[in-house]
Design a binder for this molecule. Structure first.
Ligand SMILES: C[S@@+](CC[C@H](N)C(=O)[O-])C[C@H]1O[C@@H](n2cnc3c(N)ncnc32)[C@H](O)[C@@H]1O
Length: 233
C-alpha cells in the first residue's frame, strides 16, 4: 500500500495484522505488513528506546519527580524501561500513555522484552503490561501508570507533563498525529523546561514543533538513525 499523506485515514484492520520481527540487539518487535511499518527500529528495539526516550527524554530532563506522557503505549517497552530507570536512578515517575489499538495478551507473549530485561523486576514488568486501561495504578511506590485507551487526536490532557515520548507511527503513515494542532496541544500541556523526544527528524515535523513553540535540538540517533529530535519548551 502507498503510505502517503493522501492515504489517511487508514482502516483499523491495517493495524490488526501483525508479524513478529527480530531486531539487531536480540529484542523482538512487531511489524504491520499492510503498512510496512514496525513498532521499533530493526536495528535494535531496546537500544532505540533507551537512547531516544530514556536517555534523551527522561534522564536529560533530570528531575527527581517527573510526569511522563507517551504517545503510543504499543508493546509497553518504553514504559518498562522508564520503570527500570526510575528504580536505578531513584526517580519517582507519574506515567501516562495513550493507545488507540491495545495489543492482546497473545501479542505481548510473542515478544521477549521482559526476558531480556532485569530478571529481578520481571513481576513489576508483567504488572505494567497487565494493568487495566483507563485507571491510574501504583505499579510500585516509585511508579504510577495510567494507560489510556483513546485517540491522541481527541485526547485532552488533564495534567502537566515534564517529558513527552512522541512515539507514533511514521509521519508518512499517520500525518495527522504529527500536525501543528497536536503539537500545540502537547506544548500547552507541558511544564516549562519540558522535553519532547522523538525518533523522527523529518523537516515538516521540525517545522510543526517550532510553530508550536518548541526549541529544537538535533541529536545523534541510535544505530541506523543519523538524527533524532529533542524539543524543549
Ligand atoms: C511506534 S508504536 C509505539 C511503540 C511503543 N511506544 C512501544 O514502546 O512499544 C505507535 C503506537 O501508536 C498507536 N496509535 C496509532 N494511532 C494512534 C492514535 N490515533 N492515538 C493513540 N495511539 C495510536 C499504535 O497502535 C502503536 O501502538
Amino acid at each position: 500500500m502507498e503510505t502517503t499523506e493522501n492515504s489517511f485515514p487508514i482502516p483499523d484492520e491495517y493495524f490488526a495484522e501483525k508479524e513478529i520481527m527480530q531486531t539487531n540487539d536480540g529484542s523482538k518487535t512487531l511489524y504491520l505488513p499492510k503498512l510496512k511499518e514496525q513498532y521499533h527500529s530493526r536495528f535494535g528495539a531496546i537500544v532505540e528506546s533507551e537512547h531516544i526516550y530514556i536517555r534523551h527524554g527522561l534522564l536529560d530532563r533530570n528531575l527527581p519527580e517527573v510526569s511522563v506522557f507517551e504517545v503510543g503505549f504499543g508493546t509497553g517497552l518504553n514504559t518498562m524501561l522508564s520503570y527500570l530507570a526510575a528504580r536505578k536512578n531513584g526517580l519517582k515517575i507519574r506515567y501516562s500513555s495513550v493507545e488507540l489499538y491495545p495489543l492482546t495478551a497473545s501479542e505481548y507473549a510473542l515478544l521477549n522484552h521482559i526476558a531480556l530485561l532485569e530478571s529481578s523486576e520481571q513481576v513489576a514488568l508483567q504488572d505494567i503490561l497487565q494493568s487495566p486501561w483507563n485507571e491510574e495504578i501504583m505499579i510500585r511506590p516509585c511508579f504510577s501508570l495510567l494507560k489510556i485507551q483513546c485517540d491522541l487526536l481527541t485526547y485532552e490532557p488533564e495534567t502537566r507533563y515534564d517529558v513527552v515520548y512522541f512515539d507514533a507511527f511514521a509521519p508518512s503513515i499517520q500525518p495527522a498525529l504529527w500536525s501543528d494542532l497536536v503539537f500545540r496541544k502537547i506544548f500547552a500541556a507541558m511544564n516549562e523546561g519540558g522535553i519532547l523526544s522523538t525518533y523522527s527528524s523529518n523537516t515538516k515535523v521540525q517545522r510543526s514543533l517550532r510553530e508550536a513553540g518548541f526549541h529544537i535540538n538535533k541529536l545523534a540517533g541510535p544505530p541506523g538513525k543519523r538524527e533524532i529530535l529533542q524539543a524543549i519548551k
